[in-house]
Design a protein around this ligand. Structure first.
Ligand SMILES: [Zn+2]
Ligand SMILES: [Zn+2]
Length: 219
């Protein structure tokens, strides 16, 4: 059963550190995929330590988009990891791709594809800036992991639905102009840059889950 753990978020409810940004660990059998790095790399490493995750054991780092609050911790992770592959939107700045390739293998993503068994990239969606989400297969359906959701949750969920039934979404959901798209989603785990949290809660009650550094779900 895959597990999603929020490593870094704007909020915390315990001993883990919080800060503007997002980072989420996906564990699938013995594989570990880190999605985004928050802005404060030392805080991300400290949080991983508290979660008893050795950064050397991370297999893949996926960067959703190049905003500072998602790639700020990048150099800390590159230094702490071993044999890391870094999946970036192909539209990433060329200089950034070159810098990353000094430490890790860079994989450029344009179209939706499988990253490893049961874990997929949405491919680049949107233009301001292009952003990729992760789509993770669980026992009863798929979870979508978003960075800021700049492309809008409509296109993100539509893309993810091509893999199967989406039961959950976790991450920054940004402006939520298409809030009604969440109608059939069982787990609305909103954090980071999500605006309109009160409306989400009013509309979706118990299905709305306010996330924080340290939040985790098996599905
Ligand atoms: Zn952003
Ligand atoms: Zn963000």
């Amino acid at each position: 059963m895959p597990r999603l753990t929020v490593v870094y978020d704007n909020k915390t409810n315990g001993s883990l550190q919080s800060g503007w940004g997002f980072s989420c660990l996906v564990e699938q059998e013995d594989k570990k995929v880190l999605f985004d790095t928050g802005w404060d790399g030392q805080a991300v490493l400290d949080n991983l330590g508290q979660l008893e995750i050795d950064p050397e054991t991370i297999d893949i780092l996926v960067l959703s988009h190049h905003h500072w609050d998602h790639i700020g911790g990048l150099s800390h992770i590159l230094h702490a990891a071993r044999n890391l592959k870094v999946y970036v939107p192909s539209s990433f700045p060329q200089n950034l791709k070159s810098e990353i390739s000094r430490y890790a293998e860079v994989v450029e993503i344009t179209d939706s594809c499988e990253i490893m068994q049961g874990i997929y990239s949405s491919g680049e969606l949107g233009i301001k800036p292009p952003e990729q989400s992760l789509i993770v297969r669980g026992n009863t359906g798929f979870f979508v992991v978003t960075g800021c959701a700049h492309p809008g949750i409509g296109p993100i969920l539509e893309n993810a639905s091509s893999y199967g039934k989406v039961i959950g979404i976790i991450g920054g959901l940004h402006s939520l102009e298409e809030m009604e798209m969440l109608e059939d989603i069982q787990y609305i785990a909103a954090g980071h840059c999500t605006r309109r949290m009160e409306e989400l809660q009013a509309l979706y009650g118990d299905r709305y889950i306010p996330i924080f550094s340290g939040y985790s779900i098996d599905f």
